[in-house]
Design a binder for this molecule. Structure first.
Ligand code: AMP
Ligand code: MG
Length: 404
């Protein structure tokens, strides 16, 4: 149906999702490698944190009632009956007229209900002079100040950042149970492409998509398990996809999806007897995006134009990866901003334009907006989403942007 009619973006995403399933397999990973992974279970606290009442400062622990009326001029004198450091325990119970020297993080001994900071004493070793009267539970961190035993702290689907990983560590966990990340293979096609490091020859250009798309996927937390460049030979590309599909949930290709003589991806799909889900999207750049399915692997053919490929990775592939990998952090972030520059072109189809968003202001980069141009992407952090059938947009217009 979408061979003739161009597929709207949201419909394309829906159709692609219909042809794949969110990851249900899980694995245990060590905490230091868990950044960006998605928690696959609810996690409750097996103990309270802290597990004991503790001192938040260096000083003396005693019974608050014993400091009644204390001042610098008329200090209260307490007998120091012990000393406790972080990591230790004080076996003594603090009785009337007694104090225990205590350091930050150490358990407050039984009997004591407050801690005075050492600066408010004479630092006494055997007898300490207390200069201030304290209320019960002054400078006293309760058991469970952070969380209590049984509290459900993290839920299934949580994106693990340093804070969540720290919480897991504080619970005593060595590993996190996370969803497997979808495996993506990236194949660039084009007879004109040579690899960085090779000498530039007539008619050739360096393959940049392999890097921009491959590294962008890494930035999004999707490991690219295979990067390959294949010449415009349908059998060779089909073979590369066959190989990739043995393990990959998604194969992304760039190039060869348009209507030229060397736009081989249609033939590749025929050779593979793959299902064509749609071809061509109702947007610019990257109109000829192709979506198919080979066995259980989703095939996404992006335009070879560097900006076309980047844009369609962001607006089309990202939501699919969010779905497949249970990764809500990959869902699009949309903001409103006021345009700082004019963008002169009226547009029949929906258009995505590279731009810079800062504090509600959207400005355009210097340089060309052509879909073949990569260098003007530098410094851009968003794509302006200009609806179809719109006139040129001007300075002062309100626009929607998708953050990169
Ligand atoms: P295609 O989609 O194959 O028709 O390519 C469209 C344009 O993008 C052509 O000018 C190609 O040379 C260029 N192109 C294709 N693939 C890449 C790539 N991997 N890196 C940089 N430019 C590319
Ligand atoms: Mg090509």
């Amino acid at each position: 149906m979408y061979e003739i009619m161009r597929c709207p973006l949201e419909e394309g995403i829906r159709l692609a999702k219909e042809n794949c399933m969110p990851e249900t397999c899980t694995e245990e990973v060590s905490l230091l490698t868990a950044f960006g992974r998605i928690l696959a279970e609810d996690v409750c606290a097996p103990h309270s944190q802290p597990p004991f009442p503790r001192s938040p400062l260096d000083g003396y622990a005693f019974r608050a009632v014993d400091s009644t009326g204390a001042t610098k001029e008329a200090p209260v004198r307490l007998t120091v009956v012990g000393e406790v450091f972080a990591g230790g325990v004080c076996a003594k119970t603090v009785k009337e007229g007694e104090a225990v020297r205590i350091m930050t993080g150490a358990p407050i001994p039984d009997g004591a209900d407050c801690v005075i900071r050492q600066e408010d004493t004479n630092y006494g070793e055997d007898i300490v002079e207390v200069y201030t009267a304290l209320k019960p539970y002054a400078n006293y961190c309760f058991v469970g100040e952070d969380y209590k035993e049984g509290d459900c702290l993290l839920t299934k689907g949580t994106n693990l950042t340093s804070v969540e990983i720290g919480i897991l560590a504080s619970l005593g966990k060595e590993t996190a149970l996370v969803y497997k990340t979808p495996e993506v293979h990236l194949i660039t096609t084009g007879d004109e492409l040579i690899m960085p490091g090779e000498a530039l020859r007539p008619g050739k250009i360096y393959d940049s998509n392999l890097y921009t798309i491959g590294v962008r996927l890494q930035e999004l937390g999707i490991p690219v398990t295979m990067h390959t460049h294949v010449m415009d030979e349908p059998q060779a590309v089909a073979q590369a996809i066959r190989e990739a599909s043995k393990t990959a949930q998604v194969v992304i290709t760039t190039g060869g999806v348009s209507v030229g003589k060397k736009d081989i991806m249609h033939e590749v799909l025929s050779i593979l007897e793959a299902k064509k889900i749609f071809w061509k999207m109702d947007l610019k750049p990257g109109t000829p995006t192709l979506c198919g399915k080979y066995e259980d692997t989703l095939l996404i053919g992006l335009s070879g134009n560097p900006f076309g490929a980047i844009t369609n990775l962001e607006i089309f592939v990202r939501p699919i990866l969010a779905y497949l990998g249970n990764m809500p952090s990959l869902e699009p972030v949309v903001k409103q901003g006021v345009l700082e520059d004019d963008f002169g072109k009226p547009s029949k189809v929906r258009r995505f334009v590279r731009a810079i968003y800062e504090d509600g202001v959207v400005s355009l980069p210097k340089g060309s907006h052509s879909s073949g141009v990569l260098s003007s992407m530098r410094g851009c952090n968003c794509l302006i989403d200009i609806p179809g059938d719109s006139d040129a947009v001007h300075k002062g217009d309100k626009v929607c942007v998708r953050m990169l």
